[in-house]
Design a protein around this ligand. Sequence first.
Ligand code: UD1
Length: 420
Amino acid sequence: MDKLLIEGGHRLQGEAEMSGAKNAALPILCAALLTREPLTLTNVPQLNDIGTMLKLLAQMGVAVQRDGSVVTLDASGLDNPLAPYEMVKTMRASILVLGPLVARCGEAKVSLPGGCAIGARPVDQHIKGLTAMGADIAVEHGYVVARTSRLRGARLFTDMVTVTGTENLMMAAVLADGETVIENAAREPEVVDLANCLVAMGARISGAGSDVIRIQGVERLHGATHRIMPDRIETGTYLCAAAATGGEIRLTGTSAAYLDAVVDKLMDAGCDIRTEKSPSFEAIVLRAPRRLKAVSIRTAPYPAFPTDMQAQFMAINALAEGTSIIRETIFENRFMHAVELARLGADIRIDGNTAVVQGVAQLDGATVMATDLRASAGLIIAGLVARGETVIERIYHLDRGYERIEQKLAALGATVRRLS
Ligand code: UD1
C-alpha cells in the first residue's frame, strides 16, 4: 500500500490550479442515467472515486468516454439497473444512482452502503423520499430494491439536512409526474451545480441553493454540456496548508464565493486573503503570519463551516497560539485524526463530539495512519509543519479525493514523496 513521506518545515509559496469538485462531479455523472442522449462534462477531476463511479455506470450499460478532464456519457444502452455491493462498499456516493435509475427505468437494485470510518451514515431519508413519490421499496439481502410504474410528484421533508439525499430526490423528481417540493433541502453549492446541469438537460427546477426546492417533472431530458464547479474543499485544504506553514500562495481556477465560512476563520486566525479575477473563475491569494491564532469552529450544513474542513482546522489549531474548541455536529465519529495528530505531539482532548485543542509550539514527524479522506488532509498539513519526516500510511483515502496532490504540493515548495 502506498505511503506518503513528507519532510516538514518548508513554507508553501507559489501558485496551484484547483480541480473540479469531486462532490459535484459524482451526482452529475449519475444525472447521465436520466437521458438517452449524451451528457458531456468538463473539469471532471481525475480521482479514484470518479473512476469507481464511471465503472459502476459502465457496468449498467452506459457508454463512457474519458479524455483527461472531459467525460462523455451515453446512457441510451442502459440495461442493468444494478449497483453491486463490491462497488458501493468502496464509495458511499454510489447510492446516488438510486434516484435516477428508478426515475428512468422504473426499477433499481442498489446495495446499501454499510458503515464507514466516520459513522453509520444511513440512507433512510433517500428511501423515505422515494417511497413518498410512489416507489415500492424493499430492503432485501443488503440491497435496496425499488420498483414503480412512474414516480409521482410529492411534498418531501427530510428529517435532517442531507446532501446526497437532496440530490437523489431531485434527480428522481425531474422525471416524475407533477410537482415535487423538497423541504429542509441541503443548500450546498454542489446541489446547485447539479440543479444547473439538470436544467441544461431540460429539467424544471427552482429554489436550488435554498432549503425549499421545487421541481416540475417533465416527460424526458435531453443531452447537454456542463462544466463542473471548482472544488471548495480542495481549495480550503490548500489554503490551510499554506496558512499552517506561514506561506503565501495563489490558487487559480476556484472561487471564494463557496468558502465564506472557511475564509472567515482563516482571517480570524491572522491570514490576509484576497481574491483576483483569473481567466478560469477566480484566484484566491493568501498570506499567512508566522504563527496562527487558534480559532474555534462548529461544523454544520452549508453555509456554515463544512465538516469536510474540520480535520484540516484541527491540524492548524494544533500549532496555533491559544486554545480552540472544535464541535462536530454532522458525523458522530469524525475525530479519528486526533489520535494520529497526538502522535506528532499535538495536545487534543476529545469529549463526545467536542475536541479541545491546546496549541503547541512544535510538532515532530512520526508515522501516522490516514483513517478517511479528510483526515488524510489534516495529517498532511501537520506533516508539512512537523520537524523532520512524517510518513502517512493508507493514503489510498487521499487518492479518492485530491487530484495530483504530491505534484501540486511540490509546485508550492513542499517536499513530498510517494512510497509504493
Ligand atoms: C455529503 C458529502 C460529504 C460530506 C457530507 C456532509 C458527497 C458525495 N459527500 O455526504 O463529503 O461530508 O455531505 O456535508 O457529496 N443521514 C441520515 N439518513 C440519511 C442521510 C443522511 O441519518 O438518509 C445523516 C448522516 O448519517 C449524517 C448527516 O445525515 O449524520 C448528513 O449526511 P449527508 O449530508 O447525507 O452526507 P452525504 O450526503 O453522505
